[in-house]
Design a protein around this ligand. Sequence first.
Ligand code: GRF
Length: 212
Amino acid sequence: MLRVLVMVSGGGTNLQAILDRVADGTLKNVQIVRVLSNNPGVKALDRAAAAGVEGKVVCPKDYADRADFNRDWLAACDEVAPDLIVLAGCLVIQPAELIRRYAGKIINIHPALIPAFCGKGFYGLKPHEAALARGVKLTGATVHFVDEGTDTGPIILQKAVAVKNGDTPQILQRRVMEEAEWELLPQAIGLIAAGRVHIENGHVIIEEEDAE
Ligand code: GRF
């Protein structure tokens, strides 16, 4: 059983996609052991509760010192001994120690085709605004491992999504979620749970499924 900790900051639609795939049996050998949020009262925590998953909040505003927040944030991970940490719309800049301790065990979903529209400052609607400003015809989503940089880790899965006439950042954001994010993130977790994802020379190799 792959023990998965999901980190969130807001709405949690990607978390919901994961919970749904666990519930319907698509995601096998996966247990969501905790949902960790930096914000109290967010919808993602309601989604966790509705699925019977423990929600925990560690809020930076409760700490005068960032180092103290980082310590408790890391402890909230260690407590549940996760095999995999999934950043599903989590806006916390992860403590360096956490990234080191869980190297190769943290994944993130980014709403663009990395290396386009990613890096520092590209969160929320920003990647979609930038995609529309550039006039690209395809954007999409990327699931990648997390390293010390911002959106720089090895890419696991990507899916392209069409940009259409009249798109606003909000419309495009929704289409990228529906057509790519909610599919890719559970899929990546399933591949990892099946032991099919390997990093070689900084690149991800996905093993072919065994022939029946
Ligand atoms: C998604 O667009 C995700 O790609 C990005 O943050 C957003 C989170 O949405 N990292 P939600 O909280 O999963 O609804």
